[in-house]
Design a binder for this molecule. Structure first.
Ligand SMILES: NC(=O)c1ccc[n+]([C@@H]2O[C@H](COP(=O)([O-])OP(=O)(O)OC[C@H]3O[C@@H](n4cnc5c(N)ncnc54)[C@H](O)[C@@H]3O)[C@@H](O)[C@H]2O)c1
Length: 327
């Protein structure tokens, strides 16, 4: 297939691109290269990169020629940033998704929107299905939910071959270190404090990034237009236990754990039921223990990838967020 992958220079997008190229796809990436999007994530890959925003029709027109389908990963993805600076979330998720949908509609292209379990909100027990109501609780998840509704409306109103794929918490290589797992790995490797929000008892449903990328590919190829598919990981874990496992894998000390003020409106538990994606023939292959070991090893072995981040603007972000400097 010839794919336009928007947001393909980010964490999940670049993993998706790597897997799909190996399967023989031809790929153009359209990416704004925000702080989270990096040329380095694609540097060993044979792709055309167009630098631009999905809210810019001219950038889309430059990138879209010859493509059979669009997969949209482009997003602002950090809940903490959505609380302090929501503007870019509205621009990219609302205006950006609209602009991209219009381009898909003009050309009758198949369209997959990459979305998140956070649109369902928090659940105490059991798991969300695709029929669960959307009850987002942060500017991040609310704007993602808005984008999903717009995508669904383009199928319903215009007959666009649009599908939605909602993932649970991803982890793995190439994830920007503001997110829980790479943050804890890099801090543990450096002997920096490990900032745990609140009581650390939040529960997340973890999926190894390659499993999610394969799930999105499955939905792209086999999903029914107009349908939404949950693609969740095989294991749940409490945040504090995740941190303790990382301590064990890096040989750091438990004394590095530091409890910090909880994120406002922090969701307690996410859980996705993925039976519908399984019925398409997809199955997660990587259990959390194995994936976490691989991820720690990748960060340990790829200093050249994270060193420029940890010594750049990320330092100022970290200081604002946690009220202390990185070591
Ligand atoms: N990380 C997770 O745990 C997770 C879980 C489920 C779903 N998702 C969804 O998967 C997608 C990718 O997430 P990620 O973790 O790889 O994010 P990321 O922050 O690593 O990457 C986002 C990418 O989008 C690009 N981008 C941002 N705004 C853009 C714009 N206006 N136009 C073009 N490009 C733009 C960035 O430069 C970056 O390359 C997002 O839609 C996210 O909501 C993420």
């Amino acid at each position: 297939m010839k794919l336009l992958v928007c947001g393909g220079a980010g964490f999940i997008g670049s993993n998706f691109v790597r897997i799909r190229l190996a399967q023989g796809d031809e790929i153009t990436v359209l990416d704004k290269l925000t702080y989270a999007g990096r040329r380095e994530n694609l540097q060993d890959l044979d792709v055309r990169l167009v630098v631009g925003g999905i809210e810019d029709p001219a950038a889309i027109a430059d990138a879209i020629g010859g493509c059979d389908a669009i997969v949209n990963f482009a997003a602002e993805t950090h809940v903490d940033r959505s609380i302090t600076e929501p503007d870019a979330f509205v621009t990219t998720h609302a205006v950006g998704t609209y602009t991209l949908l219009e381009a898909a509609r003009e050309r009758s292209l198949r369209y997959v929107q990459v979305s998140t379990d956070e649109v369902y909100g928090s659940i105490e027990s059991g798991s969300f299905t695709e029929q669960s109501p959307l009850q987002p609780s942060s500017p991040y998840s609310a704007t993602k939910a808005g984008a999903d509704l717009l995508v669904a409306s383009y199928h319903h109103t215009y007959g666009l071959e649009a599908l939605i794929c909602r993932g649970s918490n991803n982890y793995g290589p190439y994830q920007y270190p503001e997110k829980l797992i790479p943050l804890m790995i890099l801090n543990a490797l450096h002997g920096d404090p490990l900032p745990v929000y609140g009581d650390g008892q939040q529960v997340r449903n973890w999926i190894f990034v390659e499993d999610f990328a394969r799930g999105i590919g499955h939905v792209l190829e086999h999903g029914a237009p107009g349908e939404t598919y949950n693609v969740g990981g095989p294991d749940e874990a409490v945040n504090l236990d995740v941190v303790k496992r990382i301590i064990a894998l890096t040989g750091a000390s438990d004394d590095l754990i530091e409890y910090v003020t909880d994120r406002p409106g922090h969701d307690r538990r996410y859980s996705l039921g993925s039976e519908k994606a399984r019925a398409l023939g997809w199955e997660a292959q990587v259990r959390f223990g194995e994936g976490l070991e691989k991820t720690v090893a990748w960060y340990r072995d790829n200093t050249a990838w994270w060193a420029p981040i940890r010594s750049g603007d990320y330092r100022a972000y970290y200081e604002r967020q946690y009220g202390r400097a990185l070591g």
